[in-house]
Design a protein around this ligand. Structure first.
Ligand code: PLP
Length: 379
């Protein structure tokens, strides 16, 4: 039985060219980038090149890109570090959407314990935050607004430019979690105007445990990981050279192929919908007009997602109910319930996330297995 992998929002396979490029950084080019001798300097050159590549592709300066261990660390750092620094100006309120990733939620909860107040922004039925809610929530006491660019369960894009403008009008920082958006939308930090933006390598065929945070020059942030003087003294720890090299090459390849990859992926998603069109009682969750090309969040009336996922897995199709980090949880998705779905409706919903390595044949087969499984579980 061939495996059909439709969980590309959880992670993607490492690109083979990236894999080959980084192999020597584990062996001959193993240097500690902070060692001043030749072996160290060679490693530092690779790190500098990677930083330059990412900065130029994102329209940032190279001293605005910080390497981290991935999206989770970047999200925590932006929210905790940004808010704690702004507290010195007397501001103690943060605004965060109710559909953020748990990495952001947990940081917000930590801030609550430190005496910050937190406003959780609602979303509408389509899964989008509305500008009215943003205007109402952001005040002169707000130090930070956090709104993800694209949601990881529905793919719905958020109004980050409006949120950024409204945050700046009140003197607050604006941070966006771009972990899901990075593979599909070109990042230009200057035109977005954001103060901080997080990204993660394994979502675009890089290695797991790699990522970064863009921090605009002039933005004050407290460090999250203390230690050595790496990353301009703001993030301690020996730089993971192979992971950083992988991050830059995987991102460069993603940007070079983005338009064609998006077209292919959108085509696969449309093909899937066409192939299951004869199935009754299917509802698509979220605003499909304003979403990533890669994610379909579908509700199959009367079918528990746990039973569906189990049966599909037995047939070799890998899918998810939502975030992989929450998959051990029996709770309904916080994203779908924030959109107004009942607990039962949320527990009937499944995320299909397509990627550039999928084929039309896999999609036809997955669609046929979906129809068969839904019919059987309903029967
Ligand atoms: N933010 C979003 C929106 C995500 O989808 C994820 C991962 O699923 C993360 C953050 C965490 O990223 P990482 O897996 O690199 O820690």
């Amino acid at each position: 039985m061939e495996t059909i992998y439709l969980d590309n929002a959880a992670t993607t396979p490492l690109d083979r060219e990236v894999f080959e490029k980084i192999a020597p950084y584990y062996t001959e080019l193993f240097g500690n980038a902070d060692s001043p001798h030749a072996v160290g300097r060679r490693a530092m050159r690779a790190v500098d090149e990677a930083r330059d590549t990412l900065a130029s592709l994102m329209n940032a300066k190279n001293n605005e890109i910080y390497f981290t261990s991935g999206g989770t660390e970047s999200d925590n750092w932006a929210i905790l570090g940004g808010a704690r620094a702004m507290r010195e100006q007397g501001r103690t309120h943060i605004v965060i959407s109710s559909i953020e990733h748990h990495a952001c939620f947990h940081a917000a909860q930590t801030l609550e314990k430190e005496g910050f107040s937190v406003t959780y922004l609602p979303v509408n039925k389509s899964g989008r935050v509305e500008s009215g809610a943003l205007k109402e929530a952001i005040t002169k006491n707000t130090c930070l607004v956090a709104l993800m660019w694209a949601n990881n369960e529905t793919g719905v894009l958020q109004p980050i430019e409006t949120a950024c403008e409204l945050a700046h009008e009140q003197g607050a920082l604006f941070f966006t979690d771009a972990v899901q958006a990075t593979p599909y939308l070109p990042i230009d930090v200057k035109s977005l105007g954001v103060d901080m933006l997080s990204f993660s390598g394994h979502k675009f065929h890089g290695v797991k445990g790699s990522g970064g945070l863009y921090i605009k020059n002039g933005v004050k942030i407290k460090k999250l990981v203390g230690g050595g003087e790496q990353e301009r003294g703001l993030r301690g720890g020996t730089v993971n050279v192979p992971s950083v090299v992988a991050l830059a090459l995987a991102y460069a390849k993603t940007r070079a192929e983005q338009t064609q990859a998006n077209e292919k992926i959108k085509g696969l998603s449309e093909l899937f919908m066409k192939e299951i069109a004869t199935l009754d009682g299917v509802v698509q969750n979220g605003d499909i007009q304003n979403a990533l090309p890669s994610i379909l969040n579908l509700r199959f009336n009367g079918v528990e997602n746990t039973a569906f996922l189990y049966n599909m897995d037995l047939k070799g199709v890998c899918l998810a109910a939502g975030s992989a980090c929450a998959s051990a949880s029996v709770k309904p998705s916080h994203v779908l319930t924030a959109m107004g779905l009942t607990e039962r409706e949320a527990k009937e919903s499944v995320r299909f996330s397509f990627g550039k390595t999928n084929t039309a044949e896999e999609i036809r087969q997955a669609a046929s297995l979906t129809k068969e499984t839904v019919d059987r579980l309903r029967g």
